[in-house]
Design a protein around this ligand. Structure first.
Ligand code: DAS
Length: 328
């Protein structure tokens, strides 16, 4: 009897090498089910969303996936959902789903760093582990989860840190929320509950720009002139920028009415307005910039795309962001 859903979007987990020896989409969800003993495959219903590399994922497609998940979860037929995805943008889709999908029923995303042509592909174990996780007693109420390399991460905290290693994903000092050992799932902690955001009719246009030494403000001004409804600036360290950018930020906020949100090039840790020199975080705050706590640039951008689409009051948005996309 079907009790679980496998939603496939693509990624290396479903790729094989072509005649040129390059990984390309190859396997459908029904073939991925082969990781399970035949006697267990009947518990799973495969739902094909796409079979593409995750560089094709977009916020609008995340919205579509979220709508499908809400329909699937609303049917009351399934006790858990596994989503297969590419590793390159997995953390973004997972975070988007964590904000928009009710998670009384567990949702676990998984992927692979080695394609299905490799004798030591990590895909089969990652997928089987994700299936174990959604079936495990302690999984409920933990939000959207990401699992690779026998580790279990919270969607808000996890990042891909290595281009190729099977243990590419990390949640930094927050650490994993659990792990799989053989057939067993062990839980270590609960992550903070995600803010629930209703699906908006549209997603706001929020670009990201990465700061670099000697950056010309003209590039930022160009982005601000291209219909940006907010701009994420991935700054240095705690949230500091070249001083030439301060006047551009002040004009964006006070004249153009465009929120500027500061994130960090550092993969982990909080941004905050702690430095008082020109271009330091306190200077940016004086210019009207907001700070994103420990939320990554990509996740801050998606958070803004969703919340600005809902006309969330700006003081609320500022407070949520300062807490890393969590309730203040
Ligand atoms: N990086 C490949 C993967 O890990 C491709 C992708 O992200 O889809 O799945």
């Amino acid at each position: 009897m079907v009790k679980y859903a496998l939603i496939t979007t693509g990624g290396t987990i479903a790729m094989k090498k072509n005649a040129a020896g390059k990984a390309v989409p190859a396997l459908e969800g029904t073939e991925l089910l082969g990781v399970l003993p035949p006697s267990h495959q009947g518990e799973w219903e495969v739902i094909h969303f796409s079979n593409q590399a995750s560089s094709n994922m977009t916020p609008d497609r995340m919205l579509q996936l979220s709508q499908i998940l809400k329909e699937v979860l609303g049917q009351g037929q399934f006790e858990g959902v596994v989503v297969t995805h590419g590793t390159d943008t997995l953390e973004e889709t997972a975070f988007f789903l964590s904000l928009t999908v009710p998670t009384a029923i567990p949702v676990v995303l998984t992927a692979a760093q080695r394609d299905a042509s490799e004798t030591d592909s990590d895909g089969p174990r990652n997928l089987h582990n994700a299936m174990r996780i959604v079936k495990s007693p302690g999984v409920r109420g933990r939000g959207v989860l990401v699992s690779l390399h026998s580790q279990i991460h919270a969607a808000r905290e996890v990042r891909k840190l290595h281009t190729s290693q099977p243990d590419a994903f990390s949640s930094g000092a927050a650490g994993i929320v659990g792990y799989v050992d053989g057939d067993e799932v062990f839980w270590l902690r609960r992550s903070l509950p995600a803010i629930r955001i209703p699906l908006p009719e549209r997603l706001a246009n929020v670009p990201i720009v990465k700061a670099y030494t000697g950056m010309n403000p003209a590039f930022v001004e160009y982005l601000l002139g291209q219909g940006a409804e907010a701009l994420v600036i991935e700054a240095f360290g705690r949230g500091n920028l070249p001083p030439d950018l301060v006047s551009t930020i002040a004009k964006a906020v006070s004249v153009q009415g465009i929120p500027i949100v500061i994130t960090s090039r550092c993969p982990f840790g909080r941004t905050a307005p702690l430095y008082g020199y020109p271009g330091g975080g306190a200077d940016l705050e004086r210019a009207g910039a907001w700070f994103s706590g420990d939320l990554s640039s990509e996740k801050t951008r998606l958070f803004l795309a969703l919340t600005l689409g809902l006309d969330t009051p700006k003081p609320t948005l500022k407070a949520w962001l300062e807490h890393g996309g969590l309730e203040a």
